[in-house]
Design a protein around this ligand. Structure first.
Ligand code: FAD
Length: 308
C-alpha cells in the first residue's frame, strides 16, 4: 500500500511542490542523486571509474509537456557528452535517456520530436565514442519507445533498450531483442502498473525476471542485468555460465547510492558493474520511485526531516 501511495505521489504535482520545497529533503536526496550540476555529475563519474566501476548518466527529467524544455534536455546531454569526451571519461561512461524528457509526451508530434531529439543525443554520444540507453517508463509508452529504439538502431546499432520483467509482454520483447549487437537492460520495473499488463506479486516478477534472463543470456546480444537483488545477481551468473558466456559478454548494473558494497564486490570479481548516476534539479519523480522500492528509505527520509 505504501508503494502504491508513493508511486501515486511521484506523479502528483501537489506532492511534488511539498517535497521539493522542503530544503531538508536534499541531504537525503543526495544519497541517490549525484548533484544538480554537470560538474558534480562528472566528478562522481570520475571517482566511480577510478574505483573500477562504469557509469551510465541520467540527466533527470520526465513527462515534459513543453518543446523548449525538451530541447533544453537535449542541450544538457550534448554538453554532458562533450565533457565526458574532453575529460577522457567516455570509455567508461554512457548516458541513459527518458524519451518523455525529450518530447515523447508532447500532445502534437511527440513521438517524432522524441525521435529527432534522441537522434541528436545519439550523434553526440557517437562523436565521443560512447552509447545511449533508452530508459523504459510506464507501460503506455512501451510500444512507442521500442519503435523509436528500432529507428535509432538503424544508424546507431548500439543504442540500448530497457525491458521490465514485471510486464507480461516482456518475455516476447526479450526474444525480439536478443539478436547480435542488441544491448538490453533487464530490470524488474519501477512504475505502478495495472494487473492486466503486469505481474503484481513479487515472486511472480522474480520468476519472470529469471525467464527473461535465460532468453537474453542464451541469445546473441549483450544483456545488462539491472538488479540489486542478491538472489537474482547470483542466478544471473549461473544462467550466464550455463549459456557458455564469459563475463565480458554481459554486465551488471545498479543505482547510485544503492548497495555500494555489492557494487564494489562485483567489480572486484572482475565483472563489469555499471552505476546508474542521475543528476539535475528534476529529482522528484526519480526520488519517489526509490522511496517506493524500499520502505526503510521512507523512514530514513522522515527521520532526516525530524532531526535536522
Ligand atoms: P528489489 O527486490 O526491489 O530490491 C532488492 C534489494 O536491493 C532490496 O532488498 C534492497 O536491499 C536493495 N534495494 C533495491 N532498491 C533499493 C532502493 N531504492 N534503496 C535502497 N535499497 C534498495 N526501472 C524502470 O522501470 N525503468 C528503467 O529504465 C529502469 N532503469 C534502471 C536502471 C538500473 C541500472 C537499475 C539498477 C534499475 C533500473 N530501474 C528501472 C529500476 C528497477 O526497475 C527496480 O525498480 C529497482 O532496481 C529495484 O529492483 P531490484 O531488482 O533491485 O529488486
Amino acid at each position: 500500500m505504501l508503494r502504491t501511495a508513493l508511486l501515486a505521489a511521484a506523479r502528483s504535482p501537489l506532492a511534488r511542490q511539498v517535497v521539493e520545497r522542503t530544503p531538508l529533503a536534499r541531504p537525503v536526496v543526495r544519497r541517490f542523486v549525484a548533484g544538480s550540476s554537470l560538474r558534480e555529475a562528472v566528478d562522481v563519474t570520475a571517482s566511480l571509474i577510478a574505483d573500477g566501476r562504469k557509469v551510465t548518466l541520467d540527466h533527470l527529467g520526465e513527462d515534459t509537456t513543453d518543446a523548449a524544455q525538451a530541447a533544453a534536455t537535449v542541450d544538457a546531454y550534448e554538453r554532458l557528452l562533450a565533457e565526458l569526451g574532453s575529460s577522457g571519461l567516455a570509455h567508461g561512461a554512457e548516458v541513459s535517456v527518458k524519451l518523455s524528457a525529450v518530447g515523447q509526451s508532447l500532445p502534437k508530434d511527440g513521438e517524432k520530436i522524441a525521435l529527432d531529439n534522441a537522434r541528436l543525443i545519439c550523434e553526440a554520444a557517437a562523436a565521443v565514442g560512447t552509447t545511449v540507453t533508452l530508459d523504459m517508463e510506464d507501460h503506455t509508452t512501451t510500444d512507442s519507445t521500442l519503435g523509436i529504439l528500432g529507428d535509432l538502431r538503424v544508424d546507431f546499432p548500439s543504442t540500448g533498450a530497457v525491458l521490465q520483467a514485471y510486464l507480461r509482454r516482456t518475455e516476447q520483447d526479450c526474444r525480439d531483442l536478443s539478436g547480435a549487437g542488441s544491448r538490453v537492460r533487464l530490470c524488474k520495473g519501477a512504475y505502478k502498473e495495472p494487473e492486466s499488463v503486469a505481474y503484481q506479486d513479487k515472486s511472480e516478477v522474480d520468476r519472470s525476471y529469471v525467464r527473461c534472463l535465460r532468453i537474453l543470456m542464451n541469445g546473441a546480444g549483450y544483456p545488462m542485468v539491472a538488479s540489486h537483488d542478491p538472489r537474482l545477481v547470483a542466478i544471473a551468473a549461473d544462467v550466464a555460465s550455463a549459456a557458455g558466456r564469459t563475463v565480458d559478454t554481459y554486465e551488471h548494473q545498479m543505482l547510485y547510492g544503492v548497495r555500494p558494497d555489492a557494487q564494489r564486490e562485483i567489480a572486484a570479481a572482475g565483472k563489469t558493474l555499471r552505476v546508474y548516476v542521475p543528476y539535475g534539479d528534476q529529482w522528484y519523480g526519480y526520488f519517489m520511485r526509490r522511496l517506493a522500492e524500499r520502505p526503510a528509505n521512507v523512514a530514513f527520509f522522515l527521520r532526516s526531516l525530524a532531526t535536522k
